[in-house]
Design a protein around this ligand. Sequence first.
Ligand code: DC
Length: 208
Amino acid sequence: MQIAIDGPAASGKTSLGAALAQQFGYLFAETGKMYRAVALGLERGLKLDEIDISVDGNNHFLLNGEDVTDLLHSPRLDQAASRAAIRPEVRRKLVSLQQQIARGRDIVMEGRDIGTVVLPQAEIKIFLEARPSSRARRRMKQRKELDFRTTLREIVARDERDSTRDIAPLNPARDAIIMNTDQKSLEEVICEATDLVKEYLEGHCCVQ
Ligand code: DC
């Protein structure tokens, strides 16, 4: 069983993905963190072919063997990851790693191009949507950033870059279920998605 969750920055993909993975006992893969780890490597002056990204059993992200999980979430890396993600050779490297991780596994994978490029065969595809202002407010809560206008501006800049790049721009897959989360709590979104997964499993004789 493969579940793809896509959507723009701060739309709640990680919270939803982690909750679904835990509930159904599936592996959880956050692909944004892989782009962030590559961006960190490039910032450190490494060439792409000198960068090795891996994920350990505790969902920690390793850059050439070093655990960099705690370094990946900063406004600087938000933008650097989005810029690195434009490069075709970066995408090739990470899509291949992501497909390798997902092969033959029950998995929830979140990102921007999971339903369209990485796992086009995923049984369930969810695309989260929310207004930039709602997402900026959520991001501020997570990171305790106080400046709403700067946070909003950075989210809009990232939306623009992620949606207009030539390769794998952010787009819902044709068979994705679009969930608008502006008026919903995280609990409501998780409940709705859980029902979708249960419905799918019941329809395919594999009730959990
Ligand atoms: O989900 P995130 O904010 O951690 O992602 C960081 C950046 O990585 C995002 O701005 C675009 C890029 N990204 C991507 O291009 N494709 C993915 N599957 C995941 C992330």
